[in-house]
Design a binder for this molecule. Sequence first.
Ligand code: ZN
Length: 376
Amino acid sequence: MQITAHFDSGNIEVHDSSNAQHPLLKMRKDLNSHHFQWFHFKAEGLTPGQRYDFSIINAGESAYHWAWSGYHAVASYDQKTWFRVPSTFTNGTLSFGLDVAQEQIWFAYFEPYSRERHDWLIDQALFKADAELFACGKSIEGRDIQLLRISRTPNAQRKVWIIAQQHPGEHMAEWFMEGLIERLKLRDDAEINALLSKADLYLVPNMNPDGAYRGHLRTNAAGKDLNRAWQSANEAETPEVFFVQQQMRKVGVDLFLDIHGDEEIPHVFTAACEGNPGYTQRIADLEQRFRQRLVANGAEFQTQFGYPRSAPGKANMTLACNAVGEEFDCLSFTIEMPFKDHHDTPNPVTGWDGKRSKQLAKEVLRVTASMVDELR
Ligand code: ZN
């Protein structure tokens, strides 16, 4: 058996391959950082019908090591259809295995969203969804950070911003963006047309292309966590955030959504601005309506489980959601999707996946359309 991870978003090292049916593996740390939790590798030279097991022996040292319980790895024979493989976490080791059906198989922490697919998605937005490339930033390693604008009504009053994958291992975030753009391609979508008659959309499908390409969990190529950089963004270490902040200050923001994945909690949920110094009843009401409408529309979403609420005035202002909400006095959410599953509507075959991330995005657009008149 050969194991390789020298490709887009690949991450694994072979620690011990002496047992050809059960190699011991390790995840690599993010460059210039102590974080790691993302893995993605290919095993080839397999004998169909034979069982193989894989153990990642440093899982217990990873950034969210307590989150492996109840987690199941994803696998694919063709990099298109991904399925969950029963996994266990014991004594600091994550193990999974199966009777393989083909000579090669890929494993990952979550269904990967490739840079190649990202390039296709940008083309889809530009040529099928009337998007324009409003501006383009550069990552530390020179990768493009496209800021797309969808503007179908001159002088539309509202500016809706949606950014994704600040945390590069959270590939569900760009699947979400694909769902958004898929819906924006439709011509006879009354809700979208109503939204775009009053609002321009500003979309950043991938905030952290270096980290994603390198197979990072958490940081950019300088080892910086972008979602802790919104009070200190600079061109040297966090150009990705610096670029988007500059553009926001040119344009304004009336609604901000920052799309993420959560390692631990098996639910879709939001985090909001209740701890901001400038938090008001107006924002609280908007948050509540947005959440209630997502539930009422039947989206895979809930309001019971999530992060502990911040105490008044105690928000971490380095987070995008809080920083943007405070600066622009606007409705602002972090949307979190699970690495595991949404336990309100579990799917043991796929767990949470790209398809469900895309569908959630379409429901979020519906709710956004319903609230466009209420944002100011
Ligand atoms: Zn995140």
